[in-house]
Design a protein around this ligand. Sequence first.
Ligand SMILES: C[S@@+](CC[C@H](N)C(=O)[O-])C[C@H]1O[C@@H](n2cnc3c(N)ncnc32)[C@H](O)[C@@H]1O
Length: 251
Amino acid sequence: MADKDPVSIDVAPRSPRFFGRRKGRPLRQSMKRRLDEVLPKLVFDPSVSPNIQFGRHSDCFLEIGFGGGEHLAGLAAAMPDCDFIGAEPYINGVASLLRHIDEQQLGNIRIWPDDVRLILPTIDTASLAGAYIMFPDPWPKRRHAARRILQPALLDQLAKIIRPGGKLVLASDEPTAKSWLLQTAILHFEFVWTARRPADWRQRPADLPETRYMKKADRAERQSSWFQFRRCERYAQTTPKGNPKNMTDKR
Ligand SMILES: C[S@@+](CC[C@H](N)C(=O)[O-])C[C@H]1O[C@@H](n2cnc3c(N)ncnc32)[C@H](O)[C@@H]1O
């Protein structure tokens, strides 16, 4: 008889598959020390509401895939009255963010050093002021489209946890990724693209710090785009298939 129970295998929650890399070059001693000593104090705890973790009621933002953490640290430094959760499975990137936090003495960041999809279902409805997905891995081949981080199901989760009127910022320099990000978000009825003129997506918004991948794109003379969306003011009731049944927000 087989020693595995097929029923329990079927019903067990599955971790999403992560296709990126979790480790890079060997870390310097100072980076290792921060991972051992500082990270445990700053790890985001999905079982505790962000307000309690940060010890205050504030606008809280999420950055998905913060890479080296330049953008997240820049936001946190520019907005000391807000709090930030950063998710990034690449441990060298986490170590880099810890260095920024240390150097800039930032107290308003919590880190989830893993796949963001593991924590999204745990975050309270309408508890975030916004989310950022900056220069996500483009996965330009059509057969890899399912690997792209922005998917309709992820947007459903973001629509639930971002409060009405909150923002969603997407950016990329890669043509396929730009089209994907824009189309996927435009098609989601709970987000509205706020652009009014080409400069709104062609120029980096003044309040957004540079990211490492943005600088790489600049050096290679690739045009980056920034797409800013607003979470609709009111919730639409959805059918089981996710189609709008009763739109309550006039765009
Ligand atoms: C191309 S890099 C961009 C990094 C940074 N945002 C920048 O602009 O410099 C994309 C990042 O997203 C991260 N990533 C990919 N899938 C993720 C996921 N499911 N959850 C969190 N981060 C993810 C990768 O590890 C990688 O560091």
